[in-house]
Design a binder for this molecule. Structure first.
Ligand code: G1P
Length: 291
């Protein structure tokens, strides 16, 4: 499989119950990390990786995402009238950022089902999946690193990270062995979604970035509900593994779980400290707290 990866699917139909009450009206993907909605970090990563088309899987009450990546006539006209050219460029930049299509996931049947909703728009070509909750700070965008592995190895690629202890139970976990040539690559022989700690086949946890071949769609159509009673992407990829090579890839960079309150706080502090306009003041403030 040597076709180019041109499309990225963003499953964003979930209810975001971990952030209630903030997410009662606002989609969790629209919660701000410093001053940008978390989904925008993923979209920017995809574009920086060379992706040409973004497909967002949405659900009921998630319209704010569509408005965000669209022109806001009133806002732009007001900023223009007031001579706020820098802010106008920010607003227009978001609207012009990417070619984005939206598909409604009508029922919350699981991540595998959400990805399956993109079948018609992706068609018969390899594609990426980005879980917007996982925000990754990296010099070379994480998805770009994975697309390079896909191009070299010609099989699906899953981002992974080593997770110690019982925390592994929150993830899809790979079985297999490290590649003898490239220590960042893990040759998969199996995988299991959210295993009990004692049943986890390794410490290699799947992180929310995937490059997949289109065969996954047919396999997801046959996938029955698994962990949590949901149609799991991990189970679809496990079936793919019987037919094609699948690799884990330890990406270079730092991942934050922005779908979790503590992870969001960590990301907020570290991203704010890195910002030239906020960092020095914020650092001085944190030091003054004398924790
Ligand atoms: C999903 C996947 C899981 C993966 C995780 C990464 O789980 O099902 O395999 O390890 O994302 O963030 P979720 O966090 O949506 O429960």
């Amino acid at each position: 499989m040597s076709a180019q990866v041109r499309k990225a699917v963003f499953p964003a139909g979930g209810l975001g119950t971990r952030f209630l009450p903030a997410t009662k009206v606002i989609p969790k993907e629209m919660l701000a990390l410093v001053d940008k909605p978390i989904i925008q970090y993923g979209v920017e990563e995809a574009i920086a990786s060379g992706i040409e088309q973004i497909i967002i899987i949405t659900g009921r009450g998630k319209g704010a995402m569509e408005d965000h990546f669209d022109h806001s006539f009133e806002l732009d006209a007001t900023l223009e009238r007031r001579g706020k050219s820098e802010l106008l460029a920010v607003s227009r930049g978001v609207a012009n950022m990417a070619s984005i299509s939206y598909v409604r996931q009508k029922e919350p049947l699981g991540l595998g089902h959400a990805v399956l909703c993109a079948k018609e728009l992706v068609g018969d070509e390899p594609f990426a999946v980005i879980l917007p909750d996982d925000v990754i700070d990296a010099e070379v965008p994480c998805l770009r690193q994975m697309m390079n592995v896909f191009n070299e190895r010609g099989g699906s690629v899953l981002a992974t990270q080593t997770v110690e202890g019982p925390a592994i139970s929150a993830y899809g976990v790979l079985a297999g062995s490290p590649d003898p040539v490239d220590e960042r690559i893990y040759n998969c022989t199996g995988m299991v979604e959210k295993p009990k700690f004692e049943d986890a086949p390794s410490k290699q946890a799947i992180i929310g970035r995937y490059v997949l071949t289109p065969r996954i769609f047919e396999l997801l159509e046959q996938t029955t509900p698994g962990a949590g009673g949901e149609i799991q992407l991990t189970d679809g990829i496990k079936a793919l593994l019987k037919e094609e090579k699948v690799f884990g890839y330890t990406f270079e960079g730092k991942r934050y779980d922005a779908g979790d309150k503590f992870g969001m706080l960590q990301a907020t502090v570290e991203f704010a400290l890195k910002r030239p306009d906020l960092g020095p003041q914020f650092r001085a403030y944190l030091k003054a707290l004398q924790l």
